[in-house]
Design a protein around this ligand. Structure first.
Ligand code: SAH
Length: 245
């Protein structure tokens, strides 16, 4: 399960934090790190802070956008202590770890992502909208914002505990058929873009006043964990609507 969990850091400003995250990840047995448009990378400070986890750092993938980082992912958790206007499905770090292990047991090929925001501004609404759940590390409500690497450390630890508690299971038959495979973030993004276009066309969505419609729709579809067969049906519906207008 460790190999399928990727840590994504968005726009990290302090290279020391990137190094400390690499160390936190490796300490807990994780090695997939992805940096979305970091301010400074590679960097000596990051290497110094990574200590014995320089291999994780040197294998880190750098992308320009969160979409690129999430392409293959199917279960995405966004980390933030802040409440939102449109509240997102919320899990504590511990519940998120057990939920992740449960999903990995159901689908051994699942690609999981943990998304962490920038040190000052945190995770933006558009970034959280690309996640299935918001995860909160329950801290002091009067001072709840942890250092980035410490937030990663806590979640990596919770995941390690949850994974190791699970008895190693005999290899299951891989559920590779369409019915059982979840749609990836890239496929869902393509669907949301088409859906938005068509809702504008049928005048259900006013592009001048979009409100939170797309955000609510993302939340709705995110709840279901859409499979590829279901996505094919949704795409087919959009095509039929497109043809009739
Ligand atoms: N000032 C920012 C917090 C930045 S801390 C804000 O108000 O949102 C850097 C990142 O660490 C956050 O974006 C988040 O991903 C993670 N983080 C820090 N404390 C957290 C907490 N209590 N729960 C969940 N994630 C947290």
């Amino acid at each position: 399960m460790f190999e399928q969990i990727k840590i994504i850091l968005i726009n990290t400003t302090h290279p020391g934090n990137v190094g400390a995250v690499a160390r936190a990840a490796k300490n807990m047995g994780f090695k997939q790190l992805c940096l979305v448009s970091p301010k400074q990378f590679p960097s000596k400070e990051a290497l110094d802070r990574a200590s014995g986890a320089q291999d994780v750092l040197s294998q880190a993938v750098v992308t320009n956008t969160l979409e690129e980082a999430l392409k293959e992912c199917q279960w995405v958790m966004g980390f933030s202590a802040r409440a939102r206007k449109v509240s997102w499905p919320l899990l504590t770090a511990r519940a998120a770890a057990y939920e992740t292990v449960k999903r990995l047991k159901q689908m051994p090929t699942l690609n999981v992502a943990l998304v962490f925001g920038q040190e000052q501004s945190g995770l933006h609404n558009e970034e959280l909208a690309k996640c299935h759940s918001q995860v909160i590390i329950p801290a002091n409500p009067f001072y709840s914002s942890l250092n980035l690497a410490q937030a990663v450390q806590i979640m990596a630890y919770e995941l390690r505990v949850a994974i190791l508690e699970t008895e190693p299971e005999p290899l299951q038959t891989l559920k590779e058929d369409l019915e059982e495979t979840l749609a990836t973030t890239e496929e869902m993004e393509h669907f949301y873009n088409r859906l938005e276009e068509i809702l504008v066309k049928v005048r259900f969505l006013d592009p001048q006043y979009p409100g939170y419609l797309m955000l609510y729709l993302r939340r709705l579809y995110g709840k279901g964990q859409v499979t590829r067969v279901e996505l094919n049906i949704l795409q087919g519906m959009l095509t039929a609507i497109q043809k009739s207008v």
